[in-house]
Structures are given as structure tokens and as C-alpha cells.
Design a binder for this molecule. Sequence first.
Ligand code: GLN
Length: 192
Amino acid sequence: MKIGALALQGDFREHLNMVRNLGSEGVEVRTAEELDRIDALIIPGGESTTIGRLASIYGLIEPLRKRIADGMPVLGTCAGMIFLAAGTLHHEQPQLECLDVVVERNAFGRQVDSFEADLEVGGFDHPIHAVFIRAPWIHKVGGDVEVLATVTDPESGESRPVFVRQDRILATSFHPELTTDTRIHEMLMEVS
Ligand code: GLN
């Protein structure tokens, strides 16, 4: 299996290391031609406005939308989740609008900018250690979106989704590529 990582900005190398450790071929994707040659795609964490702007400049927005609409499995982490989403609260920015969620960027506030937590995940037999870095959470989910993990907002006490699945689209607010837990990358391979 050939797995691509969108290599415009962000921590795509860490994702590719994980993919290669799992025995798949991992390739960097920067052009529509490279996108055509992969079986599944990872959109990494980084800065979602930069990833969105560069994707527009590289002419990748429509090719990405088409491949995802045609069923290519995709995993978006953190900024990657924001880029996949239908919208963001507060500001407009280039987004693929493939994943029916509205996200809130930098949702955990300045004091808890970055943190780690063990999360229960639907379908996993033990919790996942999740690393959040200036992370978004999901403000609103559409009807076809399955919520696989949540965190509790300390201010309101409400549950906020941080790991969701919509058919072959997986998205996390956190960074599985920065741990040694490979289960989320394996999930991407399994839905392929
Ligand atoms: N704060 C970044 C954004 O809004 C995401 C951070 C990350 O990917 N770790 O794009």
C-alpha cells in the first residue's frame, strides 16, 4: 500500500516514519500527479491557514476534493483536521469541506496551549495517549459523523469531540504521529 502525506507544511515526516514502520510505502505529496498515485492520504498537523493557502497555490484543492469524494481514505491530524472540515468558528479560511464538522481552532486556550491526556476511544481496548498542541476541538458534528473520542471542556463541563470518523475520513485533534502508538495509522490502512 502506498500512503501519501501532504507535504506542504507541518510534521509530514513523522507521519511517513510511522507509515514506513508499519511496512507500507510512504511518499510525500505536493502535486496532483503525486496525489493520483497514492492509495490513502495523511494531512499532517502544522498551521491550517498555511496548508490551505499553499494547497490553493499548488492547485490541489479540487484534486483533493475529488479523490476524497471518490473514496480515498484520509487521516487529518490537528491542522489536517481543520483543513478537512466544513467550517471553522470565527474566521473563514481555505478548507476542503469534506468532513461535516465545524471546528474551533486553538480551542483549549492559552493556559493549556499544549497538553497530553489518555483518552478512551470507541473500539480500542485500552486508552490512547494523546498529544494536543494548540489543538482544535469539534464544535458541531453532522449526522454522518461518528464521534470516537471526546475531552471535557474545563470551562463548560461539556464533551468536545477530538477524534471522529465519517466513512473513510478519520480526523484527530491530537498528534498520533508523535507517540509510538500506531493504532490510528493502522485504522487508516484498514479502511483502505
Ligand atoms: N493551531 C493550528 C491551527 O489552527 C493547529 C496546530 C497543530 O496542528 N498542532 O492550524
